[in-house]
Design a protein around this ligand. Structure first.
Ligand SMILES: Nc1ncnc2c1ncn2[C@@H]1O[C@H](COP(=O)(O)OP(=O)(O)OP(=O)(O)O)[C@@H](O)[C@H]1O
Length: 537
């Protein structure tokens, strides 16, 4: 049911001033799916407008209509800064109206340098006036200067950390909006941030928010898409909630709290059942890692008990983020051994193929490149690890495979639950659910998770955490690498904190809480080597 926009003082203001963006009657149909159903939405000038919704609710489709990638169904009206523009919107039109996007994939060219990415818009235009590389680099440093952190203009973007890449993409977009002010005589711009905070550590996130506050103070507007509801409540002044392609609610953020927002998004309250029964884990070590070494990890030892979910965390770059890939052979280890049951696995020669044969499963954070095959169907992706179960003589039992795949999709609430759909046509969050379902049904001997709920909506996140706990209860040891303290406290029995490649603290029981995790992550950057070792038993 669509609730009316409450009339209030801000509403009067909105209608008087020219809206930064006004969408009316925007629909988009894919096959039989109504990804967007007569969506209307208005972003006021100088406002941060939140756009939230479950996985598959239509957020990306709406942003893609706005960026000109998708053509909406006939009847849609799009007005930017008071000018009605006919879809599909071209890059030139959007640029001339001061609309800039930062998508979750950031849209950077990894083989080009920071400076080249920064000025990519000028290539081929009359503004492109390279005098020399050093002049470009100087200009790049000047662009970064007001944003707090200056990146090396000569560095190749592919070599930057995810946080630095996000910084570059946001700085580029904001500086282009500032350029627009100059060229269009102070016409305000619109910045669209589509899930950009997913890879940002909390400090960077606060820097981004400071930047957002600065640009709205200049009259620009921001459309902010995120699954992180605390961020939405913190930074937005108005929120639109999408469900099944429809705007089901639009309200001032001040009238909402997180419980209400969750209810609006998923149509029910959270069950609040995730939590660790710490009696579940036994004392027997079923997996032991010794001397693990990689480019970010400096020889660490730890073990896992049967039925235990072990969290690994730290600041980005501290090494925790490499642990799942090193244990799976996806990133070559320069040293280390994994003892799993009776087997001793040399991690320096391990490949993903051999890891899979040994029963290891890795759910990577970067699903686009490492987790799945987008060009294959959902059923093919789901059964890749268990195809042998469907072989009889020389034939594949396709009908049984499709039936089981559909049942899995329903169980994991993948929408649409269509085994024949190409994986790439599913929304990001639904793709992640397929990858999890694939590995969890394979019956792993060790489950490795790397930011397992990145891009997952609040309701599905809870379901996934419950499933991971259920796998652990069946006796499977689980390692979860994440920088999300909420996830660590909800999901894990024990947490290892990494600092500069070593384990600097181990938290469990009462010490396993959000504040201690955050504090230990930061203190890891300042404490001395011997103190760090002494703390970890
Ligand atoms: N190119 C496409 N072909 C077919 N269906 C598509 C395509 N793109 C999106 N859809 C469908 O449209 C619906 C909305 O997807 P969309 O990606 O907009 O969701 P979303 O809200 O961004 O989800 P998420 O939070 O998971 O990223 C989904 O059912 C999705 O499967």
């Amino acid at each position: 049911m669509t609730e009316a926009i409450p009339a209030g003082p801000e509403q009067v203001l909105t209608t008087r001033s020219v809206a930064a963006l006004s969408l009316r009657n925007v629909s988009k149909v894919f096959g039989g799916t109504h990804a967007l159903d007569r969506v209307s939405l208005e972003v006021a000038a100088g406002e941060v407008h939140g756009l939230v919704g479950e996985n598959g609710s239509g957020k990306s489709t709406l942003i893609k209509v706005l960026s000109g990638y998708h053509v909406p169904e006939p009847g849609a009206t799009i007005t930017i800064a008071g000018r009605e523009v006919a879809p599909p919107l071209s890059a030139g039109t959007l640029r001339s109206l001061g609309v800039r996007f930062v998508h979750q994939d950031l849209g950077l060219a990894p083989s080009l340098t920071v400076a080249e990415n920064l000025f990519v818009d000028e290539l081929g235009s009359s503004r492109w006036k390279t005098v020399s590389r050093s002049a470009d680099h100087r200009r790049a440093r000047e662009v970064f200067a007001p944003f707090g952190r200056v990146l090396d203009p000569a560095a190749k973007v592919g070599s930057l950390s995810p946080a630095d890449q996000a910084h570059l993409a946001v700085v580029r977009a904001v500086s282009q909006i500032r350029q627009h002010h100059v060229e269009a005589e102070h016409q305000p711009g619109l910045l669209v941030l589509d899930e950009v905070t997913a890879f940002l550590p909390s400090e960077e996130r606060q820097q981004l928010f400071a930047l957002i506050r600065e640009i709205i103070a200049q009259g620009d507007s921001v459309l902010f898409v995120s699954h992180y509801l605390d961020e939405v409540l913190e930074i937005t002044s108005r929120v639109s909630v999408l469900r099944d392609g429809e705007v089901v609610h639009n309200a001032e953020t001040a009238t909402l709290d997180s419980d209400r927002l969750v209810e609006l998004i998923i149509g029910r309250a959270l069950r609040g059942q995730v939590g660790v029964d710490r009696a579940e884990a036994s004392n027997d070590a079923v997996a032991t890692v010794t001397g693990l070494r990689g480019s970010l990890v400096d020889g660490v030892d730890f073990s896992l008990r049967r039925g235990e979910v072990l969290g690994v965390t730290g600041l980005l770059g501290s090494g925790f983020e490499q642990v799942p890939s090193l244990l799976f052979g996806a990133v070559p280890a320069s040293g280390g051994e994994l003892r799993l049951g009776d087997a001793a696995i040399d991690l320096t020669t391990l490949t993903p193929e051999r890891a899979t044969q040994r029963g290891l499963a890795l759910v990577p954070g970067d699903r686009a490149s490492a987790g799945a095959a987008g060009s294959l169907t959902v059923a093919e992706n789901l059964t890749l690890q268990i195809l042998h179960r469907y072989r009889r003589a020389n034939t594949l039992q396709r009908r049984r495979l499709q039936r089981d795949a559909r049942a899995l999709l329903i169980e994991y609430d993948v929408r649409p639950p269509d085994p024949a759909a190409k994986l790439s046509t599913l929304s990001g969050g639904n793709q992640q659910k397929v990858i999890l379902a694939k590995w969890l049904t394979a019956g792993p001997s060790l489950l490795l998770l790397d930011e397992p709920t990145l891009g997952i909506d609040v309701g599905s996140r809870e379901e996934i955490l419950l499933r991971i706990r259920a796998v652990a209860r069946e006796g499977v040891p689980v390692i979860c690498a994440t920088s999300d303290p909420d996830q660590l406290t909800e999901l894990c029995d024990r947490v290892l904190i990494f600092g500069r490649g070593s384990i600097v603290a181990e938290l469990w029981g009462e010490s396993l809480n959000k504040d201690t995790i955050t504090e230990r992550c930061y203190s890891a950057t300042v404490s001395s080597g011997s103190a760090r070792q002494g703390e970890y038993q």
